[in-house]
Design a protein around this ligand. Structure first.
Ligand SMILES: C[S@@+](CC[C@H](N)C(=O)[O-])C[C@H]1O[C@@H](n2cnc3c(N)ncnc32)[C@H](O)[C@@H]1O
Length: 226
């Protein structure tokens, strides 16, 4: 697949994205997603889809340990250059980075855990990517999605125009998408935690130990309510 130029390099919006996600309240949420919800043991194989500059790698390293492996896939060459520089700086030799569309990623081995950290909503074909991730997850493995969302009720209605504005000006994604519903359709033991009045969430679910392939459909969605 040809990578559309509008999506192939996202480093330009990195500064505003860093500013937003650098708010102190997002840090414990990110940590929950990376460390607790993934629930993997040392030695695990973990994939981050849309790994960006590798901001999540330090906490992933803490859970997989030196015997584990971290795989990162991202469509942006600029982001991956930053991730590579980070790995070099930290002396990590257990990280493998691939530049491609996440829907076409060919894994070298099945994964124990797959993380979407602030990336699911940025992918117009997120359901295709989720189905592909499901297929490359080992039975018993877990998918975790962490992102911002509109808070429920009236606060959400007030927030929505701001969410759309954010999406247009940063790397944050389509605020109309409800990834937790997509994952709940697929996964066993689905669970979700919300933070900061429901404006952030982490959701996760496991693939049954003996699992038949399931299909969640692959519609490419528009920026529209579901
Ligand atoms: C908001 S950034 C999040 C980066 C990182 N996960 C973090 O928490 O800092 C979203 C990332 O998803 C990547 N991305 C968007 N669409 C993609 C696709 N189709 N395949 C792979 N990566 C993609 C972008 O290039 C960007 O690096």
């Amino acid at each position: 697949m040809t990578i559309p130029s509008s999506r192939s390099d996202t480093t330009g919006s990195l500064r505003s994205f860093r500013y937003l996600t650098g708010f102190s309240f997002s840090r414990p949420i990110c940590e929950t997603a990376r460390r607790c919800a993934l629930d993997v043991r040392p030695g695990a194989r973990v994939l981050e889809i849309g790994c960006g500059s590798g901001r999540n790698f330090p906490s992933l390293q803490r859970v997989v340990g030196p015997t584990g492996r971290i795989y990162g896939v991202d469509i942006s060459a600029g982001m991956l250059a930053r991730a590579r520089a980070r790995c070099k700086r930290e002396g990590w030799n257990n990280v493998e980075l691939t530049r491609c569309d996440a829907a076409e990623y060919m894994p070298p081995e099945p994964f124990d855990g797959i993380l979407f950290g602030l990336s699911y909503n940025t992918m117009p074909h997120h359901r295709v990517v989720l189905q592909h991730s499901w297929n490359i997850l080992r039975p018993g493995g877990r998918i975790v999605i962490m992102d911002g969302k509109a808070p429920p009720g009236r606060m959400g209605q007030i927030f929505l125009p701001f969410g759309v504005w954010l999406m247009r000006h940063t790397l944050l994604g389509n605020p109309f998408i409800k990834p937790w519903k997509h994952l709940a359709d697929l996964a066993q033991d689905f669970a979700m935690e919300e933070f900061v009045f429901g404006s952030w969430y982490v959701c996760w679910g496991s693939k049954p130990k003996c699992s038949a392939a399931s299909d969640i459909g692959g519609a490419r969605e528009q920026l529209a309510p579901e």
